[in-house]
Design a protein. Sequence first.
Length: 182
Amino acid sequence: MPEIITRKQAIECGMAFYFTGKPCKRGHLAKRRVGNKACQECEKNHRAAHNPQYHAENRDKILKRKRKWWLDNREKMVRYREQNRDRRREVKRLWYKNNPDKANAMAAARRAAKAQRTAPWANNDEIARVYAQARLATAVTGWPHHVDHIIPLRGKDVCGLHVETNLQILPDYENIEKSNNF
């Protein structure tokens, strides 16, 4: 076990690490970095988690952990989105402004996928009605609603069609949580 030393003492001595003898918020009992107060074990896990090979080998484990985190923090995230709606909108607007090529490419890919997956027998009037209902739901509730494809147009396992029977109206946070999954 390393010698107990405070961050302040470590800074005065010009040390890179200090040890409080107390576990970090994730329960690790390890040295911490003076610069950012980060636990060495947390940093090691962070580096491993950002390794592409680790991601490939532990995909299901990572997705399960992210899903659990989202379910545990859902109310907090919804509250954050609600409180920071204008700020998030501004950040997104700036990204689109600073990355017009990427934004255009993404929009073009989305339009192409939608056009390619619109069946000839699709009822365009009914599709337009679903989008109008989503706008109405947003106006009535004051909360943004999205039109979601139940079976995603560009899913990992399965791809759906852009037809009226594959559309549903969801609050924005549910659609974002669903992402590109079936």
